[in-house]
Ligand binder design. Structure first.
Ligand code: GTP
Ligand code: MG
Length: 184
């Protein structure tokens, strides 16, 4: 109709949120999409979905289709189905539980083995050190160690996040969206 909306481009991106049980995947999504947090834990069964609409800039609207995959799925064989056609991912661990960090590379390897971009490169992945409201993670030594870990293992970036206190969730999402747009 020749109105101002004529210039707006819409993108639909499928993004995965994966990581061990109880690390806060569902909570991060609830915070990001609904500005809501609950202490109550109810394990995700299989997969849940959420849609976040981001007005990226004057000409760009992003529709992020978030796939909230149950931590227990790492022991199942459905991840190949869930990962199909994803263009980005978050891997979440719980800063209070070392075992969930130890499992990060298992998730990353599962991801890289099962989904690629059309040019055969790995999909961009951001690492989230969640529940940072409960532990001090941002020491310079730790940041340096995490940066090395990311560079070495093909993560584009890492953030300490809190779904409870709303820390760094928008920043992490924007980082991933920027990279997805570059690839698009
Ligand atoms: P699965 O669905 O089983 O894979 O777990 P999940 O990764 O979706 O974890 P969920 O979001 O359900 O959170 C697990 C528990 O951690 C809940 O009791 C949340 O309230 C709590 N939690 C999540 N994020 C945070 C956070 O940033 N800070 C604190 N303090 N607690 C959190
Ligand atoms: Mg969940």
């Amino acid at each position: 109709d020749g109105g101002i909306n004529a210039e707006v481009k819409e993108h639909l991106f499928k993004v995965l949120v994966i990581g061990e049980l109880g690390t806060g995947k569902t909570s991060i999504i609830k915070r990001y999409v609904h500005q809501f947090f609950s202490q109550h834990y109810r394990a995700t069964i299989g997969v849940d979905f959420a849609l976040k609409v981001v007005n990226w800039d004057a000409n760009t609207v992003i529709r992020l289709q978030l796939w909230d995959i149950a931590g227990q799925e790492r022991f199942g064989n459905m991840t190949r189905v869930y990962y199909k056609e994803a263009v980005g991912a978050f891997i979440v661990f719980d800063v209070l539980r070392e075992s969930t960090f130890d499992a990060v590379l298992k998730w990353k390897n599962d991801l890289d083995a099962k989904v690629q971009l059309p040019d055969c490169s790995n999909i961009p992945c951001v690492l989230l050190a969640n529940k940072c409201d409960q532990a001090y993670v941002s020491t310079p030594e730790n940041s340096k160690r995490m940066e090395e870990f990311c560079k070495h293992n093909g993560f584009i970036h890492w953030y300490d996040t809190s779904a409870k206190d709303n820390i760094n969730i928008d920043e992490a999402a924007n980082c991933l969206i920027s990279k997805i747009l570059e690839n698009d």
